[in-house]
Design a protein around this ligand. Sequence first.
Ligand SMILES: C[S@@+](CC[C@H](N)C(=O)[O-])C[C@H]1O[C@@H](n2cnc3c(N)ncnc32)[C@H](O)[C@@H]1O
Ligand code: SF4
Length: 425
Amino acid sequence: MTAFERLAVYRRLVESNKACVPPFSFGECKDGRVCDEVLEGWKHAREATRLRGGRSIYVHVPFCRERRCSFCMYSSSVDYNEIDLKRYRDRILREFGAWQEMFSEPIRNFYVGGGTPSVYSASQLAVLLSPFSRLEVEPLGERTCEMSPSTATTDHIAAIAKCGFNRISLGVQSFDPKVTRAVNREFSEKAHVRQLCEYARALSFVDVNLDFMLGLPFVAEDNLRDAVQAVRECGALSASFYYWRQATVPRRRLEWELAIVCDEMDKCGWEFVSGAQNTEHHLFFSPERRKDTFRFVTSSNCIDNEQVIGLGTHAHGFRPSISYSCDSENTYKMWCMSQEMQLKMAAANILYHHDNVIDKRSFASAFGLEFSDLFRDEISALHGMNMVEEDETEFRLVCKDNIESIAAQKFFWDASYLKRQYGVG
Ligand SMILES: C[S@@+](CC[C@H](N)C(=O)[O-])C[C@H]1O[C@@H](n2cnc3c(N)ncnc32)[C@H](O)[C@@H]1O
Ligand code: SF4
């Protein structure tokens, strides 16, 4: 395959939502024992966090109900059954058990995301999460569970409250059925979201957050102002507005939408607090939201702070500057991959998280290898397509839109991985 054809394949995969952004994970052996490499990674993270202070745990639930929203960049499957759910739950608990044998210090934050944790029934979710209630979390730490209002019930909220959770994040994305239909998402009525928020607040959650996406189709100024008003009507304590990564709309459109949201929030006395830069997450606090908790704002903000232990497939886990990728099938294979493959994955991740720029010096000091030597062929192919600008210190991908950018990041992946994973190449 020529470089041009390869780029076209990546582009198709991204567009069809089959290849999401570079995924990340710690893995697990097929026989159910947590890999030695995973334990090594955890030890390493422990050393790193000793220097930096604080460590968080992220648990990934890689399932969504019935269909995937077309904008979504997270790893999840709709193709599973009750047995898969149970098997996955047991796997998480084994990973947690192994982690507990190694560590006893309190953690900073605990975050369960996905996917959609509320695909588990309330009672199954309690089985999955109750062992974590023994986790000692620092006094200002948050214990968050993400849910989608289309699957969440007050029973789910009661179950997580019993397991010690003090924060819930509900993905609304849009309160306009025309918009949700256009992005293949199940619509949730405002009244239901309000009921969930009120219930969580009655249980004294420190935060009740609603997520929205910017850049979706059919959005006009009125929708955005209405969304802000709806956040208030529902009684949420915070709201997150995400720039849609991979959006085909121009950046200035996203900025225009955000400016309207900021204006409306400002009128209501809500404060804009910074979100995670690498996911372009814009977070707003209501006047009643406590300001002093340690925020672990999203599940994707870990690449820079090197302090998250990821449990489960496609969770984020750390060794400095490298995160690992796998899927539920070939988790173990991934851990057996060569260091070269891991570096390829790391390069894609760094480009993704750093606006398509690689600082050559930092790369060399993190990995002990020169970026230009390691990726000579890829760089030359991308040069051939006029997609690179570089000098002594920086390598920069030049892409005409977000989709091309994500496709080009995947250029650094091993072609054999794509073949195995997607049957192309
Ligand atoms: C793991 S997801 C969703 C949780 C839950 N499954 C739901 O949909 O309600 C967390 C949040 O990430 C945001 N998100 C998903 N895909 C995104 C993308 N491509 N770009 C930016 N934000 C995204 C959405 O706002 C979503 O609520
Ligand atoms: S936005 Fe939520 S429900 Fe939609 S595909 Fe992504 S994780 Fe699943």
